[in-house]
Structure formats: C-alpha cells, structure tokens
Design a protein around this ligand. Sequence first.
Ligand SMILES: [Zn+2]
Length: 431
Amino acid sequence: MVRKINSGMIDWFGLFPESTFENDTCFFVPSMGNTCVFDTKEGLVIFDVPLRQFAQKTFDKVRNFTNKPVKYIIFSHGHFDHAFGYGPFIEEIRNKGWDMPEVIAHENCIRRFEKYEILDKYHDWINKQQFATVIGRRKDAVVYAHERLNPTIILKGNEPSYSFILGDVNFELYHDKGETDDSIWLWVPEKKTICAGELMASSFPNIGNPYKVQRYPKDWAIAMEKMREKNAEYLVPGHGRLIEGKEKVRDALSITAEAMHFVHDEVVKKLNEGKWFEEIYHEMLEIYPEKFKKHKILRETYGCYRFAIHAAYRLYHGWYNSGNPTDLFPSKTNDVAREFLKLNSEVVYLEHANKLYSEGKKQLALHVLDIIIKGSDMKNKETLVDALKLKVKILKEKVKNETSFIAGNIIDDGIYQIKERLKELNSNKLR
Ligand SMILES: [Zn+2]
C-alpha cells in the first residue's frame, strides 16, 4: 500500500517542474534529491545527483537544457539520494571520449562509502522502513553502495574552503557539519547562488532521524549563519523548491539557524540542571516557540522537532538516559510483561486500555496494550487478538495526524508488522 503523501512531501520528493535562473545559466532539476547545473563557457558544474533510480530522468532533463560536457560533479554529502545517480553522466563521457570530470567531496564522504559497504544490507533494511509507504514492501535492494563514483578532489578535516574557476565563474566550497559530518556547500558569487545540499531541505531539519547516527545542531546553525553572510539571491535546497530573492533566502537561513541554536542550547541548559532525558523531552515540548511552529521553512514534513531533542541530547550524553538503575541491566520486556499478567489477567488490561482510549489517552493505552501483546501466552488468544486490533486502530489514528514523513512511516511499518502477526494468529486458529 502506498500512502498518499502531503503537499510538503510532494516538494520534498521533487515532484514539480525543472526551471532555469540567472539568465538561463543555471538549471535546477528537482528530484530525490535535487540537482543544480551551472552552465559555463568551458562546460558544466553539477551539484549533487539524485537517487540511482532517478538518474536517467535527471540526465535527460539536463541534456534538454545543454549539450556541454560535464567538468565537475560535487557531492554535498554521500547519502544515497545525493551521490549515486551519476551513471548516465559517466556513461555519456565514456561514449563520447570526453575527459573524466573532477569529483569533489569531503574526506568523511569516503568513510561513509566504506561504512555503506560493510553495512549494506542494514542500510537497505532501515531505509525500507523509513520510506515504507512510498517504496512498499519490495524485496529488491532500494539502495546499493558497491558501485560508486570516487572523489578526485577531497576536502580535508575542517579546512575552511576550496575553490576553483571554470569558464570565468568562481566556485567556492565550504565544509560544515549539520545533517552529516561530510557535508559541503557551494557559493557561486557570479550567480549569487548557494547550493546547500541537505542543510536546507524543505522541512524542519532532519537532525534527529531515529535510525541514523549522530547529527549536529550547533554546527547546522553555524552553517546557516555562514551562508547568510553571502547575501545570496538563490538558495538551492537538497530537497524541495528553489528559494528565490535575498529576503526569502535570508529568512530561511535565519529561522533555521535560530531553531537549531534553540534546540541545542535549551537541551544543554537542562543537562546542566541535572535532568534526565524524559524530563528534558517533555519540558522541551512545552517550550517550543510559536514562531518556529508557524514558519513554513520549519514545517515538520520530513524531520521534526521531537526528534531534534534526541539529537541534541545524545550529542553529549551516553545511553543510560533514565537515571533509574533498574534500566542499567534490564530484563527482557516480554518477561516483565508476563509478571504483570500474573497479577491481573489480559482481560483486565484490555478493559483498561479501552477506557484510556475512550478518554483520548492514546499513548497511555499503547503502553498498557503492550503488557498483553508482549506477555500473553496464547491461552488467551482472543484477548491478544483484540489487543493487537486496538493497537492497530490507535496507530492508524496517530498516522493520520502525523506530519513528519519519517515518524508516519515508522508507525505505518509497525501497523504492517502487527497485521502480519494477526494473519498468523488467524491461520493458527484454522488449524
Ligand atoms: Zn537527501
């Protein structure tokens, strides 16, 4: 089943027409993710290529725009939707006997590619969950890291910048951490254009993705402020629509910087007050400013504020996050649930879960249902089935109200898993 995606995600997936700007010298190709092409008299500079699956489409669009050879390919970072859809461009270069282009990336991008090689199947597994509603339950690999284009020019460590000139146009690259530790962004002064990569992506920053490694809120804010100094006219995001006009560009960068400072600084303040994660999380939800909630650039279409709190917390904290020694060497949750079911039967828990649900306390109802779902020993199969069905009902309601694509997909994937279990329970009944 493919869930309908909202208008914010239509932008994120790049489902809108390509366009040119700066007197047709720059070409913006929306996709997952976006590509920006700079047309100089000596050839093309390409900033980012989409997911391998969309490479041909982006290539065809670029070739409708210009026939000049590709001289540089820049990877904003090494994610699958920004550095793997190079195939048709390289094939063309080989077919026409042109010189291979320079490929520019940060040194951490190479480490990322190496990581993808050892964790290939794992990344495919988590990405199928993160994108569950759009790619369905397909068995073939959605991402594949064993064929890749290795960088020829490598930005190292924290080196402030790297620049080159092609066809009298200056290209300046900067490394700043944000969504990843390998991100670089581009400033083209003659075109008044910044290509931000994933540092700007038509959503609240994807800083706390529940599946992914540490991300960097403070550095993200600093990157936004460095970009703002350029006074750009155009801001090319990694996903979503081109941001045009100095004021709009400035505003998008400023509000994102402010939000990233906020989440980082407030979590740090609470850590210094000696608070554990649960307390910090719920307090952070209380104090989230209205101006961020209302701002279009920060709408929670893909990432969300709730996830960002985790990112800021684990930047400085270890995995022991409850302050409760019970959690230091915990029992299996199924065993714990079984003990609770010795005190009260499944039916009593189910009744209570239904009561909580009818009072609108859906999250609490889920916790109570999990006692039955985890602890039930099949003697009470009817109640277990009812508990699973109520859980599905609550999760479906949650998905309906969930704006974040990632959060929605995680819940959706959970619903799918429960439905599979229900199918299994039903087929056992027939035997
Ligand atoms: Zn991306």
